[in-house]
Write a protein that binds this ligand. Structure first.
Ligand SMILES: Nc1ncnc2c1ncn2[C@@H]1O[C@H](COP(=O)(O)OP(=O)(O)OP(=O)(O)O)[C@@H](O)[C@H]1O
Length: 405
């Protein structure tokens, strides 16, 4: 594989003296530990890059099975990025590579402009200035909250008054300063997770890696912790990489979401772009209960970015990529489909099931032109529909998925 010129990790366009994304202490350690990186560390001190994490063509196999297949991703300093994907797609492997727990088979990883992994070299985890929060927050039960937060600083030889100040600052950032004397056993699950965040923060990492940190919490606590995470990110400005397989959590939290499937990065985009303009069928189905309809006879409409597409025998105005070839699949969400008046504007379908959802009825139905396809729309409560009813369905919005390159 082509290896990047390690002498030129930081493009000059990204160089900016206002930004410093790796701690001085880490750079010093890097110089001592990796003589071959000396030139690069001098580059870091001079250029101070905006890119916090640069993953270039990362590849990893276990027992001959490729679990990461050429993943490339650039994450800016201060960004909150979620890695989203089905079980087994390689999310945790990517995080472990970033943390330095695993070796790369190919490609490279740079943190703050300093290459920390390639297939020949892996900087050990303790030298990366990376903080990690797991779903199992593993606090020491015999230590107070404050001591848990300050423990890593103690091991690093930070004096007691400095340690106390840093621990209390970190607890402040997660709204837990008043509970510093408590034992972990006397905290709720959400509070314990906040202590784990504070513990990570106290070490002042340049990057925070979070592996499904809310997975063990109940649904109400998860919702309130989402708010906590957002506030925490805003206050600290930390670069955060957040692994989850919960797409609604990723949508609520992240500046950008990297969707992975079978060891590959499928799409890396802002949440609304993933929802409105999925790159392929996997992303379309994964985000927002997406549905796929067959589209044909696609022809340009009067406005740029819009086309007329035939779906189940009726024409619909939908969105399509401005460049490249449109494919034969239309991505829609239940909210994009509506019960039409019987004036021929929609496609004909038959109701299978109606579920009361409080604010609306969820109507499951199948198109008469394709009875094996089960779809869903949300209908107003005052619209009477029942299983077996013939309905017309309008498509208010949809996106023609680009044809595979
Ligand atoms: N140490 C290992 N040895 C062998 N196979 C492994 C090892 N670690 C991970 N794998 C395999 O690599 C693939 C990716 O695993 P990984 O844990 O990265 O997925 P994931 O997306 O984090 O999944 P989940 O959401 O279930 O945690 C899986 O098929 C897994 O079985």
């Amino acid at each position: 594989m082509k290896r990047r010129d390690s002498r030129c990790l930081i493009p000059s366009a990204l160089a900016d003296s206002r930004h410093f994304s790796i701690a001085d202490s880490t750079v010093t350690k890097l110089k001592q530990d990796a003589p071959s990186l000396k030139f690069q560390t001098r580059q870091v001190l001079r250029t101070r890059p905006l890119v916090a994490i640069d993953i270039d063509n990362a590849a990893k196999s276990y027992a001959g099975k490729r679990v990461l297949d050429g993943v490339s991703m650039r994450i800016d300093k201060g960004e909150f990025v979620a890695i989203l994907g089905p079980s087994g797609c390689g999310k945790t492997t990517l995080l472990r590579l970033l943390a330095g727990f695993e070796k790369l088979d190919d490609g490279s990883i740079a943190l703050g402009g300093v290459e920390v992994s390639n297939k020949h070299f892996t900087l050990p985890p303790e030298k990366r200035n990376v903080g990690i929060v797991f779903q199992n927050y593993a606090l020491w039960p015999h230590m107070s909250v404050g001591d848990n937060v300050g423990y890593a600083l103690k091991i690093a030889g930070v004096g007691s008054s400095e340690r106390k100040r840093k621990s209390l600052d970190a607890l402040d950032a997660v709204g837990m300063r008043d509970l510093s004397e408590r034992a972990p056993a006397d905290l709720s699950g959400g509070q314990r997770q906040r202590v784990a965040l504070a513990r990570c923060l106290a070490a002042n990492p340049s990057v925070m890696l979070l592996d499904e940190p809310l997975a063990n919490l109940d649904v109400h606590l998860r919702a309130s912790m989402e708010k906590e995470f957002l506030g925490f990110h805003k206050r600290t400005g930390a670069t955060m990489l957040y692994i989850t397989h919960d797409q609604s959590e990723a949508m609520a939290l992240a500046d950008r979401i990297a969707v992975m499937d079978k060891g590959r990065l499928v799409q890396f985009a802002r949440p609304h772009e993933l929802y409105r303009e999925p790159r392929d069928e996997m992303v379309a189905r994964f985000i927002g209960n997406g549905l796929i309809l067959p589209a044909s006879s696609i022809a340009a409409a009067s406005q740029p970015g819009q086309v007329m597409a035939e779906v189940f025998g009726t024409p619909h105005r939908v969105r399509a990529p401005l460049s490249g070839r449109a494919g034969a699949q239309l991505s829609v969400h239940p909210n994009d489909l509506a019960l039409a008046n019987d004036d021929g504007e929609g496609f004909s379908a038959t109701v299978e099931r109606v579920v009361y959802r409080g604010s609306h009825n969820q109507v499951d139905f199948h198109p008469d032109a394709m009875p094996e396809l089960s779809l869903t729309l949300h209908a107003p409560l005052d619209r009477a529909v029942a299983p077996g009813h013939a309905i017309s369905v309008r498509i208010d919005d949809g996106w023609v998925i680009p044809a595979a390159a």
